[in-house]
Design a protein around this ligand. Structure first.
Ligand code: CTP
Ligand code: MN
Length: 615
């Protein structure tokens, strides 16, 4: 059954046409090529072979068929991609393990939700109070229309009665959590509420959030329960629109509420999404990072919002995303802020957003009265704990150094004109930082890792197949990356080996990824000798500084060292690939004949065999 459909879909889907929706492709010989939609690049290394039905990026290593493409690009599960592809071809998709019954259950739910949305939208037209409310909240009619907002009338029987008139069995609506069955019979679940349809990635309504019109009503929002077509842990409000904009703007904005998303979109900030009042899950991370791995959190400007922003952003950081946090004035949320101050003011908040660790440390510092001597050590401990928990050893090291510098400055303020006392305090505090960083199992502070001040900035990032393991990142990896790049930039034969054996996906040091991408691109490869390649990379002004710095490093290079580093990077890549496959496997994304199964088996065996030999 499903297998035949899978084959038929692969055979009949015009991959070039499918992918062209996302990125312009040009014919190049027998195949097509264009800029990779999975990572940022300036010269095309993304190839699509329409005849054979597969794509591959020689820059970041992603590749696959029409299923893989949609899964990765749209963040869909295999079955969801299958449904979408089948619909395009007018075929019927049968989920694996799905009975006809289960499938029609899903279809009936979609139908019911669409019907209910129509009903709620119609009712809004004759609900002046609800309309006034929306007006007061600053929503233009076009915005109300675009987000499909509606109104559920009072009386407990409005939807129920309408369904009866339409000759639709109430059981259908009950299954969709729109009608409740209680002691006194059936009644509407949503009563006198503004209705926010929640859309899936394809823009179909799959659930509702109903907001009470009175300020003090409890609960303020009533949401649909989990349904076969609605999973809170995976759904992001606004993403069906934002998914177009996020790759273009290069980052997503994560906010807390429906109203925040709507107000921002109305103001032209169309890359904003919200989770549904629930904590961010790993699945959310997986979905969102298909579009970008840069993210700015902008949660309510109160302590709960700040805590939630920190907690949720850590999850993204652990997955290797570049996370920043924007601060709103106390008492504002993105909605009130953008309504009061406008889109430009909001955009400038986004530009001022701090990297997660800075945000945490600054927030911590603001919460301590540091003129009180007894509180200082508490601050230091807490700060060191935050730094030690950071997921990447690279940031840990950079921040430990930064924290020590900050402490030195603070100590000078604390002990003006008392150099001896200041010196003693400095030593004590720095010792404390080192001790705490070590005891947390983090990488040793100041572990000789090269940092040149760009670590905390927004250096180039890769997206694509690689998910960085949350912890622990091998501390030597940055050094290995540096070694192979220095080798590739200095000797032709080393350059050849590096470009044969590595892809950008092997690199994770944010200082070096850009250099690697350029060097390993076709353009870099075509440049010829190592010095010419170096020049080709330097042509990019953003990279010139890093390249010069690499070339000035005179530490000796040799074949053995290169072998060791290449092997180390390959192993690190395999580990993270294995982790990524495990995640997909655990999320139930593998079919029995999925080639990733074999890949996972192979990687596990290889990595295990190696560990045994090492032991
Ligand atoms: N939420 C919920 N149930 C509640 C309260 C909140 O599900 N009882 C969820 C909703 O998804 C809501 C989000 O948490 O959008 C954020 O809550 P809040 O900031 O209170 O809502 P806003 O969207 O800002 O709504 P409003 O501005 O109308 O108060
Ligand atoms: Mn609000």
């Amino acid at each position: 059954m499903a297998v035949d459909v899978v084959q038929e879909i692969k055979l009949r889907t015009d991959l070039v046409e499918l992918i062209s929706v996302y990125v312009p492709l040009r014919r190049s010989g027998r195949t097509h090529k264009g800029l990779c939609p999975f990572h940022a690049e300036k010269t095309p290394s993304f190839h699509v072979d329409g005849e054979r039905g597969f794509f591959r990026c020689y820059g970041c290593g992603v590749g696959g068929d029409c299923f893989t493409f949609l899964q990765q690009k749209e963040g869909l599960a295999f079955n969801e991609a299958g449904e979408m592809l089948a619909r395009r071809l007018g075929l019927e998709w049968v989920r694996r393990g799905d009975t006809a019954e289960k499938r029609s259950e899903r279809e009936r739910l979609y139908d019911m939700m669409a019907l209910a949305q129509r009903f709620f939208r119609e009712r809004l037209k004759d609900a002046p109070v609800a309309q006034k409310y929306l007006e007061r909240r600053g929503l233009a009619p076009e915005t109300v229309e675009a987000f499909g907002l509606g109104y559920a009338p009072p009386g407990y029987q409005a939807l129920l009665g309408w369904l009866k008139g339409q000759k639709i069995a109430p059981e259908e609506a009950e299954a969709a959590d729109l009608i409740l069955r209680g002691e006194h019979g059936l009644r509407d679940r949503f009563v006198d509420r503004l209705m926010f349809p929640i859309f899936d990635l394809e823009g179909r309504p799959v659930a509702f959030g109903g907001r009470a019109l009175q300020a003090d009503a409890i609960p303020k929002y009533l949401n649909s329960r989990e349904l076969p077509i609605f999973h809170k842990g995976r759904t992001l409000y606004g993403l069906h629109v934002a998914k177009q904009e996020i790759p273009k703007s290069g980052f997503a904005v994560a906010v807390e509420g429906y109203m925040d998303v709507i107000a921002l979109h109305q103001a032209g900030i169309v890359n904003a999404v919200a989770s549904l009042g629930t904590a961010i899950t790993e699945q959310h991370v997986g979905v969102l990072r298909r579009y970008s791995d840069e993210l700015v959190f902008c949660y309510d400007g109160d302590s709960a919002g700040m805590r939630a922003a920190t907690k949720n952003s850590s999850l993204f950081e652990a997955a290797g995303c570049n996370v920043r946090v924007a601060r709103l004035p106390e008492g504002d949320d993105p909605d009130t802020f953008v309504q009061k101050h406008g889109a430009d003011a909001f955009r400038s908040l986004l530009t001022q957003a701090e990297p997660l660790l800075d945000y945490q440390l600054n927030t911590l510092r603001a919460g301590y009265d540091l003129t009180d001597e007894t509180k200082r050590l508490g601050f230091v401990r807490e700060a060191a704990r935050i730094v030690a928990q950071s997921s990447s050893s690279l940031t840990r090291q950079a921040y430990a150094a930064k924290l020590e510098r900050t402490l030195e400055m603070m100590v000078d303020e604390w002990y003006p004109g008392q150099p001896d006392q200041a010196q003693r305090a400095r030593l004590a505090l720095n010792q404390e930082v080192r001790r705490l960083l070590r005891s947390d199992g983090g990488a040793p502070a100041g572990g000789g890792h090269p940092t040149n001040g760009r670590v905390m900035g927004r250096g180039p990032t890769t997206s694509g197949p690689r998910v960085q393991p949350p912890a622990p990142v091998r501390s030597g990896q940055g050094a290995e990356e540096r070694y192979v790049l220095r080798a590739a930039l200095s000797e032709d034969r080393w350059a050849d080996r590096v470009s044969e054996q590595l892809t950008v996906a092997h690199f994770s040091d944010s200082n070096l990824v850009g250099v690697a991408a350029k060097l390993l691109s076709e353009e870099g490869d075509a440049a010829g000798s190592a010095p010419q390649r170096a020049d080709a990379v330097k042509a990019d002004p953003e990279l010139a500084g890093v390249v010069s710095e690499l070339l000035m490093d005179e530490a000796p290079l040799n074949d053995e060292g290169l072998d060791r580093c290449l092997e180390g990077l390959e192993r690190a890549w395999k580990r993270s690939r294995k982790l990524e496959l495990w995640r997909a496997y655990n999320a139930g994304e593998f079919l029995p004949e999925d080639p990733r199964r074999e890949e996972l088996r192979r990687l596990s065996a290889e990595l295990e065999g190696r560990q045994r030999r090492e032991a």
